[in-house]
Design a protein around this ligand. Sequence first.
Ligand code: CO
Length: 166
Amino acid sequence: MSILKIVKYPDKVLKCKAIALEDIDASLIKVLAKDMFDTMYLNDGVGLAANQIGISKQIAVMNPTGSKQDEIVLINPEITKKRGMSKMEEGCLSLPGISSEVKRANEVEVKFMDLEGNYKHLKLKGLPARIVQHELDHLNGFLFVDRLNFLKRKTLLKKFGKRGKA
Ligand code: CO
């Protein structure tokens, strides 16, 4: 088990669109995914994108419940449909200590490749749909604060900047 270092805002890697995985080396990707899950669980997260550990590749892991059978590895994911709207409180392991309500679609359909190299298509709603949108944002170089209005973002980032500096 390896715990990876989580990249924090404002590191540039978080602002870059991650590159699609091609020629997938299954054994390497499995080790990476396992390490990403371990790192996510240790930090009480429900999702983690590869650029958050400094790897600018299209891979993210998520688990809305914490049960092993609910683990999802998203390789080269793409949202094909969005439906409805909901507001939910969101935080991010790259922006520890701040959170905000964020508006997102309530239901999504996502296609991606799994660890075995099979194409998958899932319909998700509620928390799992929210995590998929948050992680895909990461892979496209966006953070949850980028979904907020200017003033709200500025206030939160100021609070984040003051963390631990009392
Ligand atoms: Co995040």
